[in-house]
Design a binder for this molecule. Sequence first.
Ligand code: B12
Length: 601
Amino acid sequence: MTATGTAAASRPLVPDRRALFPEPELPDAKALIAEGQALAKLHRVGPCPFLAAYGVASEAEFKRRAAAEKKVTLHAQIGYRDPARSRQAWAEIAERVAKAGHAVHRYGICLDQNMGYPAARRAGMPRGTGMILHGAEDFVALTRGAPVAPHYGDFMLGLPAALENTEAALAAGATSIGNLGQYFTYRLPLWDDEVFTTAETVKAIALIAAQPVEVLVHSNLDDGFVALFTDMASALGAVLLERDIVEGLLGATSSHCFGHTFSDPLTRLAFQHALAEANPNPGTMIYGNTVSYRDEPSVSYAGLASYLMADIVSQRIRPSGHAINPVPVTETLRIPDIDEIVDAQLFANRLIERSEGWMPMLDTAKAAAIGADIVAGGRRFHARVRQGLANAGVDLENPLEFLLALRRIGPKRLEEWFGPGAEDRDRPRGRRPVVPATTLVELETQGGAIAAALDPAQRRALEAASLRACVATTDVHEYGKILLESTLRPIGIEIIDAGINADPAAVVAAARQGGADCIALSTFNGFALHYVEMLRTEMEKARLDIPIFIGGRLNQVPDGSNTSLPVDVAAQIAERGAVVCRKVEDLLDGLARLAGAPGRR
Ligand code: B12
């Protein structure tokens, strides 16, 4: 967290229109909408086994029906690199779960980040661990495999290839398409044209809105601003802002998902109540609270059971259409295999049966009261953001401007300027949260504890050395970076912040400019080795010779792999001269060596 203790008086003023939109001209939003609508003549929701088997026109219809029957539905996530393997998973998981007497109702597809680039630009651009589909035929072939609703989520809406990917997903019978949440925070490596990305997203949502059947515009809140808000009420405000754009301005149906970072069962349930209040449309799914997982599967099972029970109870009390999502405990290590996905589905189904006996023991009044606070705070945040943007001269009737303004201001400043909590200069973002988000607080505490546990002699040496560390993440995963910062700050190490989604050239420039003694990188997206190679090239070009410390998820799918699962590439990274860190303490050891090195700076 960087904006700790911002005093109200010193809070910077909201930028004016010119600062937000320095471009001489922005595309005409009305023309973009017309273009998207016109495409609906060519691109329509196609058939798929799910729609046929359940006799529905859309997944929204299925969800409303299930909610009316208080039936808990299930989501599973598939996304191997290899489309053939994903097709096999599509059929096999459904078949094996059906044999056990249950059903998977929807599959989420993790496309690779490379699919976010327009097709013509994909070659040579970085890849992650997800699936790469070639054309609409591949999208269609996947959904044919079993009567499970296709949810084409990530790397669609909000990315430069929004329109072409949406056309392909519609052809495959998808009536839930996302992930607008990504629009707000993601930046594809080596891609800076935000206006193009926004325009393609507006066109894609207009195309969705013009379909003859209802198609949900899905947004995973944790992928958007929410993972970086300190207040759950701000998260709810974000829902209302997205509804303004998706429904109010573009005429589509907005649907929300959350869950990765909602660790506390009480506030998880409360947020579910609040979301049902703020967005009555059927929800897509509730994501697993995977940040509660640890390396040992037996420990992670407690996390799985804990969040699933909260989600099941929630669907029993106030059905919202959200499918529950039992994320295999191996997810923390790598992309889960078919056996593990089936296991998790069976576990969840048994838990649904067992939950019956829990219901009479539960009094959810407290969750409902917290939910009401979240709604009230969320509405306050929503109104303040709208007022602030209007004051800045942003046209709130124009979806392109509205989207771009939110993205450019970003979560930290949105909360600082417009957060619903009372001002408090000692709190992160200068505000006392209405209902605190748990994950960020836990990370800061963890960082402080690591610093406090440092050997006193080592700490003194580090403090005396006045080191500077250039800290960055290679992708959107920011928690590792926040943890590093929360550890390094208390021991007097100056942070040169090279940001998130940072390209190698930008990291090198920041390190040079700030006179860094080292680069500390956090990476999670499965292109760790490729990144280190690019970084080394940039460092050589800039004649920068300082140590690179790297941690996070150090894996990559090998070129030509036939399992399509990522493998650990730590050894190859070390061969390229970077210091592999499995925990934050590894960096502290490295810095201590640096502090003692003769002739430093
Ligand atoms: C939280 C999370 C998210 C959040 C991130 C929120 C945020 N703003 O940071 C959200 C929801 C946004 C997200 C998105 C995605 N995620 Co994610 N995410 C995770 C999750 C659950 C936790 C990762 C995390 O932040 N942990 C907290 C850190 C602090 O702890 P840690 O990981 O144990 O790290 C320790 C050390 O490694 C060390 N450390 C970390 N970095 C560094 C650096 C240095 C220098 C040092 C010294 C130490 C160090 O610190 C920790 C304590 O010791 C993991 C799964 C898991 N349980 O690990 C998946 C995971 C990382 N995500 C994954 C993926 C694929 C994605 C997505 C591509 C989308 C998707 N389809 O799921 C997108 C990213 C898209 C993009 N453009 O980048 C994959 C990566 C696959 C792989 N590489 O094998 C994982 C592993 C899940 C999986 N198994 O599929 N994700």
